[in-house]
Ligand binder design. Sequence first.
Ligand code: ZN
Length: 407
Amino acid sequence: MPVECCQVCGHAPLANVLALGYMPPVNQMVPIGEVPRQQPWFPTNLFHCSNCDLVQLGLAVDPVIIFPPEYPYTSGTTKLLRDNFAELHAEASAMLKLGPQDLVIDIGSNDGTLLSNFKNGGHRVLGIEPTEVGKIAQSRGIPTVARYFTPATAAEVKREHGPARVVTAANCFAHIEDVHAIVEGILDLMSPDGVFISESHYLIGLLDRLQYDTIYHEHLRYYSLTSLANLLQMHGLEVFHARPIPSHGGSIRVYAARRGQQPVQPSVAKMLAAEPRGEAMRKRLDAFRNDVMLSKLRLLAMIRDLKEKGARICGISAPSRASTLVNYLGLDEAIIDYVCEIAGSLKIGKCMPGTSIPVVEESRLFTDQPECAIIFSWHIADELAPKLRAKGYGGKLITPLPVPKEL
Ligand SMILES: [Zn+2]
């Protein structure tokens, strides 16, 4: 479905601010050795709404395609995310004085990493997760409803489990197409004094650190606090606390409640004041487009130099964002020999989306010692690089963005 008017305020026409070309769905990974079959590729364009400043993709792909049941992403495998969710639990339970009877519902609960903190904290928990990953949560003792989140799902969950004191949506609130139905569903789940906590990739951080690689079809919307607060306000929800967090290379955690239920903290006005709006946002986005183009040419020039010297190049880790980088640059198996994932990753044995670059277990890096490794999850390079060195990798380590550089 093409997005012809703003998904939040309905304004049209939207301004095209970035075109990354056609991209395969990031989570459709073909097993190594399988003859490639016909696969859909989708235009990946970013649009800006001049009315409410929401930045959004120009196409909403059917969730059945982007979140297939075999969806291989698990949040528990990243230490940064585990730490973040532990911290979210500590902050929320202290600020909201949560009791043992309070129900916490996580939308897009994945492998249950976020909820396990609330469960260990003694609260009642329930996950909603449409993909197979929900079974991992179930096996860890986190009750999980295997459904897409819709107002009907919300109504059914509320009937069965009662209203929630806290509803969380971490990095999935930007994923679902009909955002107003989602907010209505969340509102329906919340008790009168309930709180909605969302974590979303932060547009301003995306622009500042040139994280165009986080643009892919799972992420329909790229929120600033301005655009997110505006959306919530349309449903009677008031943002009362907001702050930047490190997840996914820069995200925002936003607390909202029914208007007047919670005192609004100074953090909200402070963040809003620092964000560009209207014409200033348009100019910021124009500069971003130019920087993205330059970044592609610089990275390709660096890779060309390495290949001319006969270097073998591999990739470190295969997060979804690697798919955008690989496909936007046009990297293939002749350039990147393989991509390493830590043992246990469900991506091992498959190919990078849109390519025949195999994803292999990390141990290969240490026996092979390729001359060069590009860290595709460059946003956690500080966490990864020392580990790779400690395990004995001696080649060049390169971070591709915001400016390609050797560590
Ligand atoms: Zn709008």
